[in-house]
Design a protein around this ligand. Structure first.
Ligand code: MN
Length: 480
């Protein structure tokens, strides 16, 4: 892809001036000029691929420029100061945000840890666009994973399926989520993947005819209504079928993989009109109708869902939605971003809908395990949390302004009791230092060192305070 191709694709949906984008293209090409990827291609190819994915998601110029530049701070000699001067605060913040996530090394295989990581990535990113860039970066890395060693493939595949695919899902970017999942699946379980792929393709060939017949009949009826619309077949997500097999403990042959089509139209009123047409022509399956237009899902998903009986006797799932809803369901909140930037077609309720942080937190709670939910419930507002790394790469959540001493007590009571200092990001700090999200904290202990009375005012968490009290009381330094 050349610069002109990228600009042409961008101008299909945006009238934004592209001076900065063009500059970013040349700047990134130059900065990475002496680097190569594992595939043997020049490194810049990766930067362009990431920008191309971002254009697919119709992102704004700043995001695409940041996509081109996303590895400049991490992988070249260009300093933060130079970069900020060249591209200004907005693009700098985007790239710095991606770089920050890049430096995190996720190693744990524990689901509760993965949950903390996802929360932390969301909380530290600040700007939703940072995560969209990171997801585009990961998607391209997954698409080119075959060039890496088996060990790397497993590591990156695992990280993708436990961190990035769920993040994409939470942001409602389902297309990206499905591709990330299927690529991870392919590398993590190559045999299962290949065998399932063959079976799905076989079933698809057999049933394609049936679906085509249904589609043709449906289109004829819909054409009679004079309502503008198009009918689409649905793509397969191999990994979700695989998960269903595991969950139901059934072989592929016994998995009900419903045939389905989507009807896309121009307005909400026409969604209901077309639903009426569908139900008047095909017999609906009792209890199958759900109205996600009147009552959208938490992630903004909207559609009418129904299942009908085809003339052949097969059950066919039908989703009816507007073009806007379709874009939201495929691209999630990424689809809304440019409207927020004040381009035409702005949704006046959008700011309200896009109160990102609050909504994320709702989704997080929505999907957390009960234990996680109770924990987050205890800490009042999720927004008051910070996320701190242990030197091993585990994440602990603490209240804002928590100190290394609080952190020490979350690791172990003995570590807290014998704490004499701490290193934050490899620098010595006092035990009353205020920690910040993303800090890596290492506790320094000394045998026979003991809690002091003034620690009670140093710590911010009730847990640490009660451990200190207990120790002081047991050693006669504190009366009740
Ligand atoms: Mn990259």
């Amino acid at each position: 892809m050349e610069l002109d191709d990228l600009l042409k694709k961008f101008h299909e949906y945006s009238t934004q001036d592209t001076t900065v984008l063009e500059y970013a293209w040349n700047y990134s090409k130059e900065a990475h000029s002496d680097q190569k990827r594992a595939s043997g291609e020049i490194y810049f190819v990766h930067c362009v691929a990431v920008a191309d994915i971002l254009v697919d998601y119709k992102m704004d110029q700043e995001t695409i420029a940041a996509g081109l530049l996303h590895d400049v701070l991490e992988d070249t000699k260009i300093t933060h100061d130079t970069f900020r001067k060249e591209f200004g605060e907005e693009i700098y913040e985007l790239v710095a945000g991606v770089t920050k996530i890049e430096t995190l090394k996720f190693s744990s295989r524990d689901e509760a840890q993965a949950e903390n990581w996802r929360k932390m990535i969301l909380a530290t990113a600040k700007d939703i666009r940072v995560i969209v860039i990171k997801l585009a970066d990961r998607l391209h890395n997954m698409r080119t994973l075959k060039f890496l060693t088996r060990e790397k493939q497993l590591e990156i595949g695992h990280e993708t399926i436990s961190l990035y695919a769920p993040l994409a899902q939470r942001l409602g970017i389902f297309q990206l989520k499905s591709e990330l999942e299927d690529l991870s699946f392919k590398f993590l379980f190559p045999d299962e993947y290949q065998s399932l792929l063959a079976k799905v393709q076989l079933r698809y060939v057999m049933r394609e005819k049936l679906l085509e017949n249904f589609k043709t009949g449906l289109e004829k009826h819909l054409a009679g209504t004079q309502v503008p619309c198009r009918v689409l077949s649905r793509a397969k997500n191999l990994y979700s079928i695989y998960r269903k097999m595991l969950r139901q403990e059934k072989p592929f042959e016994e998995i009900q993989d419903a045939l389905g089509v989507r009807i896309i139209t121009d307005s909400v009123i026409n969604c209901y009109a077309l639903l009426g047409t569908v139900h008047s022509v095909f017999k609906p399956v009792a209890g199958s109708f759900t109205d996600y237009i009147a009552v959208p899902k938490m992630n903004l998903y909207q559609s009418l869902h129904t299942s009908v009986m085809a003339d052949s006797g097969e059950v066919i799932e039908i989703q009816i939605r507007t073009e806007d809803m379709h874009r939201t369901s495929e691209y999630g909140i990424a689809a809304h971003w440019r409207y927020k930037m004040g381009e035409k077609g702005a949704d006046k309720h959008l700011d309200e809908k896009l109160n990102w942080l609050r909504q994320w937190m709702e989704w997080l709670q929505d999907l957390s395990s009960p234990r996680e939910f109770i924990e987050s419930f205890k800490t009042d507002l999720e927004l008051d949390q910070i996320f701190i790394f242990t030197p091993k790469g585990d994440v602990k959540s603490l209240p804002v302004d928590a100190t290394p001493l609080d952190f020490a007590y979350t690791i172990h009571t003995d570590i807290g009791n014998s704490c004499i200092g701490a290193k934050v990001n490899n620098k010595m700090v006092r035990i009353d230092h205020a920690l910040k999200s993303g800090d890596m904290c290492e506790i320094i202990t000394r045998k026979n060192s003991a809690p002091k009375k003034d620690w009670l005012t140093t710590v911010k968490t009730a847990g640490a305070r009660s451990h200190i009290r207990k120790y002081l009381r047991e050693h006669g330094q504190l009366q009740d």
